[in-house]
Design a protein around this ligand. Structure first.
Ligand code: GTR
Length: 420
């Protein structure tokens, strides 16, 4: 995956970061109790969780990790420009729509370009997977009708990108991660947008991102950064999707891989309109339990990706145990909605065991809502979907999204995403 060069001013990880890939080097740690309120009392009812603990945790993650998008951003009015509707796309299997989402009235505000495929021959509004993409909408499928992106992109011959611009050579170049026809065949729509539309993923990406319009002071300790921007845009895509009458607004499934797995967890935590969330190989500051310091650590992530997190988060490099929460509490923020945490066995950098540990420690919150999750310290066997609305899956292989993973996602949605 892409690795921006950090600017010279970013300090090296300090010696206390102890990144390792060895289970025997996991330090002793205490699991913060997700049901313990800041005043030391305990959540005992669902109301306590919703009214008291959930806002506390949202505030902790905004203040210390991802940053806070000011409430004034919600005053912006989206405008949807449908630039394309093709009712016989993909050989007639789908209707393709492309929607430009304009934010507010400032013409300089970056726009989000949403690509949507909906299955044809259906009799009711359909559930939709919303999945942000890394390389541009046109890389998802070789459908020549997909509009080429104009936003900055990292140069990469595999995706046909030169001079930081997409080209037709990239059409379908990432289709190994996007089994579009198979998703449609199971009755689901697919919506996607290029993450770089709203924040170009490099250390100086902020200036050409949406953030100067939303949160003008980049030096504020809780200033939002790239992951907050991607998450915000994911919710704006949802604004459109729930307004489209062909879509079942109660069955929006949100999925993301790796850094976009982090973004979808944070988006889903804040935005309860997502009925189901799946993170894939989301790793450090996603689903992985930080205090294990296995694979990628706070020090490493802050050094490699100084633009992803709020300025205050940099002070936690090498200090995972001082962080006032851990990632099981991010997962718990999705309660009681179906959540599937997916890992890959060879993806040590993302700490598959740590992703399971977080899932395990989110279970008490799901149980408060009468929902089950894993309770064994041992993760399920390879390729075995843990049978619960708080679920975990690990497959053989590397850090990637496979067509087979999509079958797991859809099987999970078929089982746990109820029609309202
Ligand atoms: C890695 C990064 C991870 C993960 C990954 C990706 O380089 O260390 O946190 O986000 O990139 O997005 O593919």
């Amino acid at each position: 995956m892409i690795t921006p060069t950090p600017p010279a001013s970013v300090p090296s990880p300090d010696s206390s970061s102890r990144s390792h890939h060895d289970e025997s080097l996991v330090p002793a740690y205490t699991v913060p109790n997700p049901l313990r309120l800041a005043d030391g009392s305990f959540v005992t009812t669902r109301e306590d969780w919703i009214i008291r603990r959930r806002p506390e945790l949202l505030d902790l993650f905004a203040t210390h990790m991802y940053g806070r998008i000011p409430a004034s951003a919600s005053n912006l009015k989206n405008r949807y420009e449908i630039t394309d509707t093709h009712s016989a796309a993909l050989g007639g299997q789908a209707t393709r729509r492309q929607i430009t989402i304009h934010f507010g009235s400032d013409p300089n505000f970056p726009k989000l370009f949403l690509l949507l495929y909906l299955p044809n021959n259906v009799t009711a509004p359909v559930p939709v997977f919303l999945v942000p993409n890394f390389h541009g909408n046109h890389t998802v499928h070789n459908d020549p009708g997909i509009t080429l992106p104009t936003a900055w992109m990292r140069n990469d011959p595999i995706y046909g990108v030169t001079d930081n611009r997409a080209s037709a050579a990239g059409r379908g170049a990432n289709s190994s991660r996007w089994p579009v026809e198979a998703i449609l065949a199971r009755g689901y729509g697919l919506a996607t947008a290029y993450y770089g539309d709203v924040f170009p993923d490099h250390p100086s990406g902020r200036e050409n991102s949406i953030l100067p319009f939303l949160a003008p002071d980049p030096g504020a300790p809780a200033a939002p950064a790239a992951i907050a921007a991607w998450s915000w845009a994911i919710s704006r895509a949802a604004d459109y999707l729930i307004s489209d009458r062909a879509i079942d607004a109660y069955r929006l499934c949100l999925t993301g891989h790796s850094r976009l797995g982090k973004a979808v967890l944070w988006a889903g935590a804040q935005d309860t309109r997502f009925g189901l969330i799946i993170s894939n190989c989301s790793g450090c500051c996603g689903a992985a339990f930080s205090r294990r310091q296995f694979g990628e650590t706070f020090a490493v992530i802050n050094q490699k990706f100084p633009h992803w997190f709020t300025p205050r988060f940099h002070s936690y490099s090498g200090k995972e145990s001082d962080f006032p929460a851990d990632q099981h509490e991010l997962l718990a923020l999705l309660t009681p909605r179906p959540l599937l945490v997916c890992s890959a066995q060879d993806d040590a950098w993302a700490d598959p065991m740590g992703e399971y540990v977080s899932t395990l420690h989110a279970t008490p919150v799901y149980q408060l809502f009468g929902k089950s999750g894993p309770i064994s310290p041992q993760p399920p066997n390879l390729d075995t979907l843990f049978p619960a609305p708080l679920s975990y899956h690990i497959r053989a292989g590397k850090h990637d999204v496979l067509h087979a993973d999509w079958q797991t996602y859809i099987n999970f949605a078929q089982t746990y995403l109820a029609r309202k």
